[in-house]
Design a protein around this ligand. Structure first.
Ligand code: ZN
Length: 275
């Protein structure tokens, strides 16, 4: 652990005067750091400290750790990382439920519709779901933990990667299950995977420049525009789902992942300027 609550903040904290978002950051950190707790004990008078811990206990009790957070802690994820991860909007029941609903609908339509005889609708939609999942995990308007993420001792890029990997795993897993429900199309029904990786990495790589709302929106819009153009110009499988298209998607995903790595420090700047 390299970040610690500044002593000045701990003094304010002990007096009950530390304001959010620094307060949340201190709360989160104090639950995991003995060193800062002992500094806090030194700078506090005993009565105020008791009041502070009562409030902290109340706050920690308020959102009871769900089964998902408990599971993360059990498999060895650090407490504060587990809390941030469990609080990711895309990891909540409502979001996952919406994704499952969209996938079930698409799979049913694809299976019963004799007109198209191709999984195009599913292939067009599936890559957008992980992108949207990552986007809602990073949009300040939609994410109640955004402030906490901004001031969190977790390195900005590391937090981004933790969340992205979790959201991608959930999104790709659900897409994979949906693919199993389309056995008639065989491996062809897996052609969403590389576009999904390409869209998500490109969306993330553009976040430092365009912000967490515009970047994924533009990437999603570009994907839809590309499909419409491909649909207008070909009778067979759409360009992104041909072998050449899959190769292009893999190349875009690799390039964007490289760009993301090069820009990793910009995510901290981005967080700082947004705060
Ligand atoms: Zn500390």
């Amino acid at each position: 652990m390299t970040w610690h609550v500044p002593e000045e903040d701990l003094r304010s904290y002990a007096r009950g005067e530390l304001a959010a978002p620094a307060l949340w950051s201190a709360d989160t950190h104090l639950t995991a750091c003995d060193r800062c707790r002992s500094v806090l004990a030194e700078v506090s008078d005993p009565v105020a400290l008791d009041a502070g811990w009562e409030r902290l206990d109340a706050e920690l009790d308020a959102p009871r750790p769900g089964w998902f957070e408990a599971l993360l802690v059990r498999v060895g994820v650090a407490d504060h990382t587990a809390r941030l991860l469990a609080a990711t909007p895309a990891m909540r029941g409502s979001w996952l439920g919406a994704v499952v609903g969209v996938l079930v609908l698409t799979v049913v339509v694809t299976n019963v519709s004799p007109v198209t005889r191709s999984p195009t609708m599913f292939l067009a939609l599936a890559p957008l779901l992980p992108l949207a999942g990552v986007a809602v995990s990073y949009g300040p308007a939609l994410d109640p933990t955004y402030e906490m993420a901004v001031v969190s001792p977790v390195h900005g890029f590391r937090l981004l990667m933790i969340r992205t990997v979790a959201v991608l795993a959930a999104g790709l897993g659900l897409n994979g299950l949906a693919t199993l429900a389309l056995p008639a199309y065989g491996l062809q029904a897996l052609a969403w995977l590389l576009p999904a990786l390409a869209l998500t990495t490109t969306g993330l790589a553009l976040v430092p420049r365009l912000g967490p709302v515009l970047a994924p929106s533009l990437v999603g819009g570009a994907w839809i525009a590309l499909l419409l153009v491909a649909h207008a110009s070909a009778d067979g499988p759409l360009a992104p789902f041909t072998t050449a298209g899959q190769g292009a998607a893999a190349a875009v995903a690799a390039l964007a992942a490289g760009l993301l790595f090069l820009l990793r420090d910009r995510f901290d700047l981005f967080h700082g300027s947004a705060a």
